[in-house]
Design a protein around this ligand. Structure first.
Ligand code: SAH
Ligand code: SF4
Ligand code: F3S
Length: 493
């Protein structure tokens, strides 16, 4: 029986206990308390389905990073258990927005969508709308929802996501808008149902929150203080995933390099990786994100010696200017970063590096920006995510004078993008003609008769094949480099 099936079985047992009268009220301990509410909701949803004479559909829209994507899988797990079918369409009976607020535009998108939803709800009075995620941790957002979006049914934040079933039960039994936001938490609730998006790969949270307070960033305010999961829980989860057929895992945290520091029995991230490596069935290990200030020699050694850890590292630089990096509170400078990259490349010459860069941080001069361009030229990233600085209220950078005019930022952004692209094209070409392992993820929707696989470097290759290959790791000759991707053909061995 797979891990999710075991949890579903426990929820069934809870249903029986409720039906027999052995359990009258919700238990206090977790996760049993949530199992109780899931059992109750199952009954409720069955009732609505009977009244309407049809199935009920739920749609989860996820914004933001991999942590949010993983959280959405947990929400979908609960929705499935209580009786909803999944759909991509927002004209559903249940719509959840799992929001991101790292940049202003992520935030604005959500309000645009909400307007649409109010129309759908007028046509379907049984529709439920739920808002959660990072945006909800901001007071002004919740105030706005309360005032201008009264049709929203349920609002909760990042710290109490494990209580989704309980909050939803409150909503259906009280019939009024439920809002529950916590400022922080030190709790990590395990053993809740999860509906994974992919059968063959999965994210695994190893820590939550962030303590770094980079001066531009809102994440520490909305995700709370850093908490590491116990290594035994992480290993147990990955073992179960491997039993379920998962071959690739991505260890997730805002700064994985500081994993384990606050555990009762401290453990380094490199030590955790060594344990994960031992798990049979797992063939590829990735992780993100690595903060350059905490990347240890031990980690480089473990990576270099590993057969399973992908030769890929996401190492956000944010800026190439030591002066700006100091104001950003990143705790490293240009020289340290370049030295680190050198060390990594020396240990793993085939490493694929990617990064995040912010353009237009307050006070950024042309000289500062040139330093960023210099780093891009020197490091030769395979890919880079470039962002225009976005002012997040409450962060120290938002109060800084000298915010950079839009046209200056735009012009620098375009120059950076051109540099990143030409560098990446050059980098991709180095693999042309080689045979590499690719994990087949999907059939290609644009090229008929092709599938899409992901290389260790995280780049994709399209090659002739069919759906029977999905989830398999195969050898592919990279016949043609096309900038950010490859065309290839499978090699039989
Ligand atoms: N914990 C990760 C990053 C998480 S946020 C790290 O430290 O590397 C993802 C990326 O969003 C960041 O790396 C940064 O480049 C970008 N970002 C964060 N705040 C931003 C802001 N206010 N404006 C523009 N980009 C921002
Ligand atoms: Fe934000 Fe910095 Fe934490 Fe990353 S390390 S989430 S950029 S505060
Ligand atoms: Fe966004 Fe929250 Fe992730 S703000 S980037 S979804 S941690």
């Amino acid at each position: 029986m797979n891990s999710n099936a075991q949890i579903i079985e426990k929820i069934r047992e809870m249903e029986k206990l409720i039906a027999s009268g052995a359990i009258l009220d919700a238990p206090d301990n977790e996760p049993e308390r949530q199992y109780y509410f899931m059992a109750k909701l199952k009954e409720y949803v069955a009732g609505v389905k009977e009244r309407l004479g049809r199935a009920l559909y739920a749609c989860t829209k996820t914004f933001g990073c991999q942590m949010n994507a993983r959280d959405s899988e947990k929400l979908e797990g609960i929705l499935k258990v209580i009786g909803y079918e999944t759909t991509e369409s927002e004209k559903a009976d249940f719509v959840i927005y799992n929001t991101c607020t790292v940049r202003e535009n992520a935030n604005l998108k959500v309000y645009g969508h909400l307007g649409l939803l109010s129309n759908y709800k007028k046509k379907n009075p049984d529709m439920m709308i739920c808002m959660c995620g990072c945006m909800m941790q901001e007071e002004h957002v919740v105030e706005k929802i309360k005032k201008s979006y009264r049709f929203v049914d349920l609002v909760f934040g990042t710290h109490n996501i494990y209580k989704f079933a309980e909050l939803l039960y409150d909503r259906v039994s009280q019939n009024s808008m439920i809002i529950d936001i916590w400022k922080d938490t030190d709790r990590v609730v395990e053993e809740l149902p999860i509906e994974r998006k992919f059968s063959f790969k999965s994210g695994v949270n190893i820590m939550f929150g962030c303590n770094n307070f980079c001066s531009y960033c809102i994440v520490p305010y909305v995700r709370g203080r850093e908490r590491s999961r116990e290594p035994e829980d992480i290993i147990a989860e990955i073992k179960k995933l491997a039993e379920d057929g998962v071959v690739e895992i991505m260890l997730l945290g805002q700064n994985v390099n500081s994993y384990g520091k606050n555990l009762e029995n401290p453990m380094t991230f490199a030590q955790l990786l060594k344990e994960v490596e031992k798990i049979d069935g797992i063939e590829r290990i990735r992780f993100m994100t690595s903060h350059p200030k905490d990347l240890s020699d031990e980690l480089i050694e473990v990576m270099a010696a590993s057969k399973k850890i992908c030769r890929q590292l996401h190492l956000p630089v944010q800026s190439g200017s030591s002066r700006i990096l100091k104001i950003m509170n990143r705790h490293y400078d240009k020289e340290h970063y370049l030295k680190l990259v050198e060390k990594i490349k020396k240990a793993m010459p085939d490493i694929s590096l990617s990064t995040d860069i912010i353009v237009g941080f307050p006070g950024e001069t042309e000289e500062d920006f040139e330093d960023t361009m210099d780093v891009v030229r020197k490091v030769k990233y395979d890919s880079a995510f470039t962002f225009i600085y976005s002012k997040r209220s409450g962060t120290p950078a938002a109060a800084m004078e000298e915010q950079i005019p839009e046209e200056v930022v735009k012009e620098r952004f375009d120059r950076l993008l051109a540099e990143v692209q030409s560098g990446a094209n050059e980098r991709t070409a180095r693999f042309e003609g080689q045979v590499k392992k690719a994990l087949v993820e999907d059939v290609n929707t644009q090229l008929e008769g092709y599938v899409t696989g992901r290389l260790e470097s995280s780049m994709v290759v399209h090659f002739p094949g069919d759906s029977s290959l999905i989830g398999k790791i195969v050898d592919v000759e990279l016949t043609e480099a096309k900038g950010f991707y490859f065309i290839g053909k499978q090699r039989e061995i």
